[in-house]
Write a protein that binds this ligand. Sequence first.
Ligand code: DQA
Length: 149
Amino acid sequence: MLRIAIINGPNLNLLGKREPNIYGSTGFDEYLDTLRQRFPAVKLDYFQSNVEGELINHLHSCIGRAEGIIINAGAYTHTSIALADAISSIGVPAIEVHISNVLAREEYRKTSYIATKCVGSISGLGLEGYALAIIHFSGPAAPNSAQIS
Ligand code: DQA
């Protein structure tokens, strides 16, 4: 079974309540239930933390436990060389997801330290971005597709 680790960073525990005009009114736990129903053949592991080091430790723990990582690093996207190093150190392909269109917002959101370490980025498509990343990892173009089948 394809194993995908979904990792959400700071303030994403408040999804549904936080700035709903930008991030929508659905909480991530509720959305995760719909993802699990929609992709029954994929094992979806979920981790969220507001702490940079915990995100790094969790990325390390994905070695040998996941074929793909979907990461929304929240504001650490724009600041964290340590998270970028962790992604490039573990050898597990990662897709960066942002719920909002970071390129259409403040200047400081236009820089992503993790983007160059990821196989791709999805931004501005709402929570659907997570589903699109799962579809990519499930398909023939996925970096680990040989291991998946
Ligand atoms: C975000 C965009 C980031 O700039 C912001 O700091 C977040 C959420 C998004 O999903 O759109 O916390 O990653």
